[in-house]
Design a protein around this ligand. Sequence first.
Ligand code: IMP
Ligand code: MG
Length: 187
Amino acid sequence: MANFDPHKGYAPLLAETLVTESQLQMRCGELGGQISEDYAGREVLLICILRGGVMFLTDLMRHIRVPCQIDMMAVQSYGLGARSSNGEPRITLDLNSSIRDRHVLLVEDIVDSGHTIAQVLKILQTREPASLKVCALLNKQSRRQAHVPLSYVGFEIEDKYVFGYGLDLDEYFRNLPFIGVLKPEHY
Ligand code: IMP
Ligand code: MG
């Protein structure tokens, strides 16, 4: 159960805005441009890690100028109400497409302990993609427990719980167009 009333909106929960809507849009343009250069002459399969990666995927893909396809997978990192990963993520929805011999780019909202993305990389590597890289919107480097190579990072952030732009607070507020920091009393 959420310890807040979603009908009261996000304002009572917000300590500060961390990344504004225009900063997010600008960074998506930059990352999309970089990815387009790096994958020039190739096709890329963008894999969105549901559900946090949805906003980022849809904005990022507008800026990708090489042929691309998308697919989705869902991973459960931790239960409702928990604010940190338990270290054993499970795949709850698998891909539709084969990734064998394809250039795969995982699109993730945030890498925190790294357990989620490490597990996904381990599983996908066994399916023999031509390449497998990670594009994370946010990176909480100070919290890292598992080693994960990140090829693209939108923003390096401090160890604070953030929400909005795909990231949730007990499944709410993914729809906000900016990223905010949760007030510490709600951690
Ligand atoms: P990790 O396995 O610890 O790296 O956890 C990564 C996942 O936890 C992300 O894909 C998010 O879904 C979630 N997560 C981690 N930190 C935050 C946060 O500050 N706000 C919202 N979700 C988060
Ligand atoms: Mg996520």
